[in-house]
Design a protein around this ligand. Structure first.
Ligand SMILES: NC(=O)c1ccc[n+]([C@@H]2O[C@H](COP(=O)([O-])OP(=O)(O)OC[C@H]3O[C@@H](n4cnc5c(N)ncnc54)[C@H](O)[C@@H]3O)[C@@H](O)[C@H]2O)c1
Ligand SMILES: [Zn+2]
Length: 373
C-alpha cells in the first residue's frame, strides 16, 4: 500500500488529491502542462496580483501600476523608462533559478507512452521552461517571452535572442531610467528594440515566433487523434493491472497539469477546462488559492485540484507516483475517485474541439487590452 507518511504535513483532502493526481499521471498517455505566474512563486518570482504580487519599486513613485507600465507606447514616448522596467524584469528572470518542480514535470513528460508525448503551454514570459531544459519544439509561450527582442515599430514579424549587453543597464544613480546610449536597436531599421512580450493594447507585438509556436501546439493536438491506436497492453506493471477498459475519444489518456494559472488572465485555465470536456481527458489543477473546478468536470471526477504551492504539490505528487511505479497499490479512497472519473465522462466530438480551438488560436493579439504583462 502507498503509505501517507511522505505527506504528513499535508491536509487530508490534499493527500487524496495528490494521490489521485499521481494515479492519473501513472496512466497518462500524453501530458499537457500549463503554467501561469504561480509557477514562478516558489522560485522567488512575483505574480502581478494577489498575495505574491511583485512590484517594481519605482512604479509607486510614478503613480503607475503594472497595467500602466506594460504598454508598448512607452517605447515611443520614453524608451529609457520602458527599458528600465523591462531590464529589471529581464535581470530578475535571468538571475532567478528554476525550482525543482520543473525537473519533476520534465521527468513525467519523458515517461508518457504516446509518441505525441508532452507539450507545455505557458503564459509566463520568464523563459523558465526553456531554462529548465524543456524542448523548444514542445513549448507555447502564449504571451511571448522576455528572452526575445523585436522591433518596436515593428518593421517585421521577427524576434531574436538578445546578445550579451543588449539589455541596457540602469543609468548612473537612477532606478527608473536605462542608459540612453545602450538602448538596443532593431538590426533591420534602427528603431528601438523591445521585448517580444504581449503587452496591454499591443498592436505592435511581432507575431512570428508566436505563430510558429501556435502551429506546433495545433499539430500536437492533432497528433492526439492517432492516439486511438494506443493499446492497454502497452502499459506496464501496476498501470496495466489497474488501467480501466474504456472507449477511446480523441483526447483519451491526455492528462493536463495546470500549475499556478490565475483567474484574471485565464488563458491557460480556460483552455485546459475546454480540453478536459473531452472523453478520457483529465485535469490536475495545482493552485493554493484559486482552487475551484468547473462543476461538470468535478462531478464527473475528471478534474482534481491540489491546493498547494507548485513546488510542494509537484514534489508530493511525484513521491506517490514513484511508489506507484514501484508497484505499490493505491488506498481504497483513491480507487473510488478514479473509478468515478470514467463513469461520468462527457461525450464530445473532435469537430467541436477544432472549432473551439480556433477561439484559442485567434484572439490574443486583438484583445491584449485584457492581458497583463
Ligand atoms: N514569471 C512570469 O513570467 C510572470 C510573472 C507575473 C505575471 N506573469 C503573467 O502575467 C499574467 C497575469 O499574471 P498574474 O500575476 O496576474 O497572475 P494571476 O494573479 O492571474 O495568477 C497567479 C496565480 O498563481 C497562484 N499562486 C500563488 N502562489 C502560488 C504558488 N506558490 N504555487 C502555485 N500557484 C500559486 C495564485 O493563486 C493565482 O491563481 C499571466 O499571463 C502570467 O503568466 C508572468
Ligand atoms: Zn525594425
Amino acid at each position: 500500500m502507498v503509505d501517507d507518511s511522505a505527506d504528513e504535513s499535508i491536509a487530508a483532502d490534499s493527500v487524496t488529491a495528490v494521490q489521485t493526481a499521481a494515479r492519473w499521471l501513472l496512466e497518462a498517455e500524453a501530458l499537457l502542462v500549463g503554467s501561469g505566474a504561480g509557477m514562478g512563486v516558489d522560485a522567488g518570482l512575483g505574480t502581478f496580483r494577489g498575495t505574491h504580487a511583485g512590484v517594481w519599486p519605482p512604479l509607486e513613485r510614478h503613480g503607475l501600476d503594472y497595467a500602466d507600465v506594460c504598454q508598448p507606447r512607452w517605447f515611443e514616448e520614453d524608451p529609457a523608462f520602458a527599458w528600465a522596467f523591462w531590464g529589471h524584469c529581464d535581470r530578475l528572470y535571468t538571475q532567478t533559478q528554476t525550482h525543482g518542480g520543473y525537473d519533476l514535470v520534465k521527468q513525467w513528460a519523458d515517461q508518457v507512452k504516446h509518441k505525441a508525448g508532452a507539450f507545455c503551454l505557458t503564459t509566463n514570459i520568464d523563459g523558465h521552461w526553456r531554462k529548465a531544459g524543456w524542448p523548444e519544439r514542445a513549448l507555447l509561450e502564449k504571451h511571448g517571452s522576455c528572452r526575445l527582442l523585436q522591433c518596436s515599430k515593428p518593421c517585421s514579424d521577427e524576434a531574436w535572442p538578445p546578445a550579451d549587453g543588449d539589455v541596457p543597464p540602469l543609468a548612473e544613480e537612477c532606478d527608473d531610467r536605462a542608459e540612453e546610449a545602450r538602448l538596443p536597436l532593431c538590426p533591420r531599421c534602427g528603431a528601438i528594440a523591445r521585448p517580444n512580450v504581449l503587452m496591454f493594447g499591443d498592436s505592435q507585438f511581432a507575431v512570428g515566433q508566436h505563430q510558429l509556436q501556435l502551429a506546433r501546439y495545433k499539430d500536437w493536438l492533432q497528433g492526439m487523434r492517432s492516439k486511438s491506436k494506443f493499446q492497454r497492453r502497452s502499459l506496464k506493471g501496476a498501470a496495466r493491472r489497474d488501467a480501466p477498459e474504456r472507449s477511446r475519444g480523441p483526447l483519451s489518456g491526455l492528462v493536463c497539469v495546470e500549475i499556478g494559472a490565475g483567474v484574471a488572465v485565464a488563458t491557460v485555465r480556460r483552455e485546459f477546462e475546454r480540453l478536459c470536456g473531452f472523453e478520457g481527458a483529465r485535469l490536475i489543477r495545482v493552485n493554493p488559492e484559486h482552487t475551484s473546478l468547473p462543476k461538470a468536470l468535478a462531478r464527473s471526477g475528471k478534474a482534481v485540484c491540489v491546493p498547494l504551492g507548485a513546488h510542494e504539490a509537484l514534489r508530493a505528487i511525484d513521491a506517490v507516483l514513484c511508489k506507484l511505479r514501484d508497484g505499490d497499490k493505491l488506498p481504497l479512497r483513491v480507487r473510488a475517485s478514479t473509478a468515478s472519473t470514467m463513469a461520468g465522462a462527457e461525450e464530445a466530438d473532435f469537430g467541436r474541439l477544432s472549432s473551439a480551438e480556433d477561439d484559442f488560436f485567434e484572439p490574443d493579439v486583438a484583445t491584449s487590452k485584457q492581458h497583463c504583462k
